[in-house]
Design a protein. Structure first.
Length: 465
């Protein structure tokens, strides 16, 4: 059973019976009313998910009923039934708050599609309202927290891009850095916020399934295609589609996606007609896409189309004091969730967190603290409470901790500069390769090169950047 309930208000018993029979087959619960008075009474007693309302009733019109219930049931999607296809009635119904209208005799395929669209619109409105409520309570920028310089730049770029007309955005960054949160921020801060935000993980589905999910299929397009199915691109029209892990798309889907980007249209699987759309595409990846292009795993023309407005999310290890601030925030979150009373972190824990490599980034930190607080009862998070999901490899530990007794102790800035110089010299000052060697983004590399006055040295060499 689907669980949604439909209220049918129509004075014709045969129409109510027909609709009830057909809609019950696909799992809808049905309530019936034969006039306006009875329909309003049922609305006040129950909370149906949708209403099918006849235009002509014994005690008034559907338009009059719409106007009477507007204040009390403003979010209820209403589908008007009318015996004639008249544009003036349709316009009046829409102005009065109807979602759409269907003419008699009722075509059930049209009715089912209209119902699905109405329910989807309601779900999305609730999603937007929930998101905005959560943002008012959230600690940070659209659920993303940080006051470090790298994050300040990210927040500035997110704001600019969300307000722009850019229809293609690329978000890069390691796993766990918050790429999906960034995509949600762009959507919900934009003028598209009232329209759908739909997400698909490109690495989680086979090529056949993802093609059908993205582009839909016609009835009979393949063995199991018993009904027409709209794809996510079609459902996301006027909104946003978030393609997570786009670097894992197969060559065939890359070609189809390129066509969507270039022509703003596509065809369903098994279809012959073009479907035009207006969708903002946000793609995310933890791969280095230019390296994937060089290896022949990703189409260069698709990469250039995607790489218009690009945001690179910094790994947690590069965010300085954000690390401790985030840990304290998660500590308070899990105190509330698990009814615990941790109020501080031991200095050893702070030091460990600052020097740990955080290969899983913010997601890993959240999991580490959730486990520590769930499994222990104390007022302080201590070193023995901390368990990392990966073994703490030497490369994950602060360089200072590897200095033996009697070593010439360098400052962190000196160690950082030495690491940059070694990586740049090893890669003949190829910045992209040096960034990969250091496991940081190219933007971060350039920022740190400027910080240590290494950009001028680079310009005097003949090596590629």
């Amino acid at each position: 059973m689907r669980g949604e309930t439909i209220l049918i208000v129509d004075d014709e018993k045969l129409i109510r019976w027909f609709l009830k029979q057909e809609l019950s087959k696909v799992g809808f619960g049905i309530m019936e009313a034969e006039n306006m008075k009875e329909g309003i009474s049922l609305l006040r007693q129950h909370e149906p998910d949708i209403m099918i309302l006849d235009q002509i009733l014994p005690d008034g019109t559907g338009i009059e009923m719409l106007q009477r219930i507007r204040n009390d049931s403003a979010s209820l999607p209403v589908i008007m039934l009318t015996a004639v296809d008249r544009s003036d009635i349709a316009v009046q119904a829409m102005k009065s708050g109807a979602f759409d209208y269907v003419t008699k005799p009722v075509n059930m395929e049209v009715m089912r599609i209209t119902i699905e669209k109405a329910l989807e619109a309601t779900r999305l409105k609730r999603q937007v309202a929930h998101f905005l409520r959560e943002q008012r309570k959230s600690y940070g920028f659209c659920g993303m927290f940080g006051s470090s310089e790298p994050m300040a730049r990210v927040f500035e770029m997110l704001t600019k891009i969300s307000r722009s007309n850019a229809t293609t955005v690329l978000i890069t960054g390691e796993s766990g850095t918050g790429k999906e949160l960034a995509a949600k921020a762009i959507h919900f801060l934009s003028e598209r916020r009232e329209n759908p935000l739909l997400t698909v993980n490109c690495s989680a589905l086979t090529e056949t399934i993802i093609e059908s999910e993205l582009f839909g299929h016609e009835k009979g397009a393949f063995t199991d295609a018993k009904h027409l199915k709209k794809g996510l691109f079609e459902l996301a029209d006027l909104g946003t589609i978030f393609l997570d892990e786009i670097g894992d798309l197969s060559p065939k889907i890359q070609v189809k996606l390129l066509r969507v980007l270039e022509q703003k249209s596509f065809q369903r699987v098994g279809g012959t007609s073009d479907i035009n759309i207006d969708v903002r595409i946000i793609a995310a990846t933890n791969h280095v896409l230019d390296a994937c292009v060089a290896e022949g795993k990703f189409r260069p023309d698709l990469f250039y189309r995607l790489n218009v407005a690009t945001i690179c999310l910094p790994p947690l290890r590069e965010r300085g004091n954000d690390i401790v601030s985030l840990a304290e925030y998660f500590m308070q979150e899990f105190n509330t969730k698990f009814h615990k009373h941790f109020d501080s972190m031991a200095e050893e824990v702070r030091g460990l967190f600052l020097h740990y490599h955080w290969p899983g980034n913010v997601r890993e930190m959240r999991n580490v603290l959730e486990r520590a607080i769930l499994m222990n009862d104390d007022d302080m998070i201590r070193i023995e409470h901390i368990e990392f999901t990966q073994i703490l490899q030497p490369s994950f530990v602060s360089p200072l901790s590897r200095l033996g007794p009697g070593s010439d102790c360098q400052s962190l800035d000196e160690l950082e500069r030495d690491a940059l110089v070694r990586a740049l010299e090893k890669t003949r000052y190829n910045q992209s390769q040096a960034a990969r060697l250091l496991r940081i983004s190219r933007d971060t590399l350039r920022y740190r090169m400027k910080k240590h006055d290494l950009m001028n040295q680079n310009s005097n060499r003949r090596f590629p950047s």
